[in-house]
Design a binder for this molecule. Structure first.
Ligand SMILES: CC(C)(COP(=O)(O)OP(=O)(O)OC[C@H]1O[C@@H](n2cnc3c(N)ncnc32)[C@H](O)[C@@H]1OP(=O)(O)O)[C@@H](O)C(=O)NCCC(=O)NCCS
Length: 152
């Protein structure tokens, strides 16, 4: 998509973050949780903007040399135009810059769209947590992608 920009989100982006969180997730995180993440030194949030409109975002937690993908979402009005793919590429690039070892994530077993996306990046299935998403009775699938800095 032309004229889009990827940048880190700041506290000033909280309203945009709340908006997209509410249209993307059945259990959106609260204002307090999101502002806490924006202020945390351990969590990074970056997104795709079109003229200051937040179209998609990705957040991750860095634990030693592991990146834990927390959220990846695209506003339903802009889906299937490659935005999540762009953000995942950016995540991998950031991981390589900081010499992270792997990216880990959990996804609901019925989230076909996201699973297709992760598989296309060569994420490998490494586990399953039964009934993890209690509100919809779904298992969580655990995926991992080793980065270039890994000896595995
Ligand atoms: C999953 C999600 C992030 C994909 O965002 P997107 O910007 O539409 O994805 P992209 O356009 O970058 O698609 C990349 C690839 O993902 C897969 N994919 C995305 N949507 C798909 C769909 N509806 N059906 C099948 N595959 C799909 C495809 O492999 C696609 O590649 P292709 O278009 O070349 O076939 C988006 O559907 C979303 O926000 N879902 C709700 C939030 C969520 O569940 N996030 C993941 C868990 S945190």
């Amino acid at each position: 998509m032309d004229s889009t920009l990827i940048r880190d989100l700041q506290l000033e982006d909280l309203e945009s973050l709340l908006l997209i969180e509410h249209v993307c997730f059945p259990l959106p995180r609260s204002r307090e949780m999101l502002s806490g993440e924006l202020e945390s030194a351990d969590t990074s949030i970056f997104g795709v903007f079109l003229a200051e409109e937040l179209l998609a975002y990705c957040s991750f937690l860095l634990v030693l040399d592991e990146m834990h993908l927390l959220r990846l979402c695209t506003n339903p009005t802009h889906r299937r135009s490659g935005l999540a793919r762009t953000l995942l590429r950016e995540l991998v690039a950031r991981g390589n810059v900081i010499r992270a070892h792997q990216i880990l994530l959990e996804v609901a077993a019925n989230n076909y769209e996201a699973i297709e996306l992760y598989r296309s990046f060569d994420f490998k299935l490494i586990g399953r947590r039964a009934g993890y998403y209690a509100y919809e009775g779904q298992d969580a699938l655990l995926y991992s992608l080793f980065l270039n800095n890994s000896s595995n």
